[in-house]
Design a protein. Structure first.
Length: 520
């Protein structure tokens, strides 16, 4: 067992194989201070509460666990019907040097076990007992893989629970529902489960699992109508932490400080739902109430009779028919609109957050969409804004990171380049991740693929081109590119507010050159 630093709030524990990862996941449940474990191919990501434990005691407790003594209870075997007519079946057979019939026969005969989840909610990485299956991914991933597709990649088999891009070799299809929010747990295949594929002549379409999302005003409550917006607005709250083992990202507000400040200003609980967006945007209120704009700074006005300018971070009253116009961001990137009573929508796994990667939560809001406002609470509004300093394009910010867990996969010169050069935030960024561009790409010292392992929000994952991607709240819960470092928790909100054109310098946590979060 080897324990690596994954961030200032997480460790990555290396073990021998997927079976040991499952055993460690079970054993870690008895260790104080752990908030979540995410098994990977040969690792377990361990997130912890820094108020209940620290790295030293947690590292010691993990290394003292006796994995051999952990009893793994065999779950009931899951059977999945498959029509073996995948468009890559012939190519897979040729790559393995066998006939298409033998690929099918051995795929059916193999004993499969869920090693870990990732990529998307309900997507399970299956390991089998037949050494034949070691299949390279497609050189050019598909932009659309239908739900229910059965594929192979490396030593894994898997089933796509929903339509998505993908680079796995497709050998068949099934109508089994891998992810169903009305099921407990929603995932059909959970880590440690046993399964077999069965051959059938035909399957139906994969049923779609949808969630309700109110789109018209309710006569009994106030509402907000999207009049116009440059980019879709999103409903966000504190997210869905603790479900990564099922393949569910935490999601939630990209700027937690802006979420907290908005709710504090209008008298809501800290995690009440808000609207998050990138201006410009116009919103019409149905009914009366109190709202506030936090996060990215912009010129904003409310048209209530004569237009009046809104002060950033200060709550304002609105009446039925008033329109708020939020301008393009001047400092920062994402604005937050909080409203007394919060945004009301259908909860999915305990949250109303829109997860742009997995599709959980309300659909992104486009012109014509309407969201309901919940009943106002009893807390007082707070008129004074909390000052913050957010960057504008062209400026340089310093962000604190920890190194690891895979900094040893890079040359010493690459680690130096990470810390010594400036990285530009590119327009190819979203809530999944920020693509950074540096003059000197990060050179690998270790070639080949990294077996998939858990990754944290703030991780700096480095694809083959050597240009890092900084993961934001909607990132996949596991990844196969090495992570050279991770943004510390206190700088994650700043990372969520980096607009294209800002330049970033990284400083190592604990080093004397580390900086404090920016403030006015």
């Amino acid at each position: 067992m080897r324990v690596r630093t994954a961030s200032d709030r997480a460790l990555l524990v290396e073990v021998d194989d997927a079976d040991a990862a499952v055993r460690l996941t079970l054993a870690a449940a008895s260790v104080s201070g752990i908030t979540e474990t995410v098994p990977g191919a040969r690792t377990v990501l361990v997130r912890f509460d820094s108020l209940r434990t620290s790295v030293g005691p947690l590292r010691a407790a993990l290394t003292e666990l006796d994995l051999a003594a952990v009893a793994v209870t065999d779950a009931a075997e899951v059977r999945i019907p498959v029509v073996y007519d995948g468009e890559d079946l012939a190519e897979v057979a040729a790559a393995l040097g066998v006939s298409e019939g033998e690929v099918v026969a051995r795929h059916l005969a193999a004993d499969w076990r869920v090693a870990f989840s990732g990529f998307a909610p309900g997507f399970a990485y299956l390991t089998g007992d037949d050494p034949l299956f070691d299949v390279p991914r497609r050189t050019s991933p598909r932009t659309r893989v239908p739900a229910g597709s059965v594929g192979l990649a490396g030593r894994y088999s898997g089933v796509y629970p929903r339509e998505s891009p993908g680079g796995w070799q497709l050998i068949g299809r099934t109508d089994a529902v891998l992810w169903d929010l009305d099921r407990d747990p929603p995932a059909l295949l959970t880590p440690g489960a046993r399964m077999r594929f069965t051959q059938v002549d035909a399957v139906g379409d994969v049923p779609r699992v949808s969630t309700a999302n109110p789109t018209t005003p309710d006569e009994h409550s106030a509402a907000i109508e999207i009049v116009s917006t440059a980019l879709p607005l999103l409903v966000q709250d504190s997210g869905r932490p603790g479900l990564a083992a099922l393949g569910v990202p935490a999601s939630g507000a990209a700027d937690r400080t802006a979420l907290r400040d908005a709710n504090h200003a209008v008298g809501n609980q800290p995690g009440a739902a808000v609207l998050e967006g990138i201006g410009p945007a116009e919103l019409r209120f149905h009914g009366a109430g109190v709202a506030v704009i936090t996060g990215a700074e912009s010129e904003s006005v409310i048209r209530s009779g004569a237009p009046r300018e809104l002060r950033h971070g200060t709550p304002f009253a609105f009446r039925d028919g008033d329109v708020v116009a939020i301008g393009p961001p001047q400092r920062g990137l994402r604005f937050v609109l909080g409203v007394r009573g919060g945004i009301r929508s259908t909860r999915v796994l305990g949250s109303v957050a829109t997860d742009t990667l997995s599709g959980l939560g309300p659909a992104p809001l486009v012109p014509g969409a309407v969201v309901q406002i919940g009943p106002a609470g009893r807390d007082a509004v707070h008129p004074e804004p909390w000052p913050r300093a957010l960057p504008a394009p062209g400026e340089t910010v310093e962000i604190e990171i920890t190194l690891g867990p895979r900094d040893d996969w890079f040359t010493p010169a690459a680690v130096d380049a990470l810390l010594e050069q400036e990285w530009e935030v590119t327009p190819r960024s979203d809530r999944v991740g920020i693509r950074l561009l540096g003059a000197t790409p990060l050179e690998r010292a270790v070639p080949g693929e990294l077996p998939s392992e858990g990754v944290v929000t703030g991780a700096l994952q480095v694809p083959p081109d050597g240009q890092p991607v900084l993961f934001l709240p909607d990132h996949p819960v596991t990844g196969g590119y090495p992570v050279i470092g991770a943004v510390t928790d206190r700088f994650l909100d700043l990372a969520g507010q980096l607009p294209p054109g800002v330049r970033v310098r990284f400083r190592v946590f604990g080093n004397h050159t580390a900086v404090a979060p920016p403030s006015k």
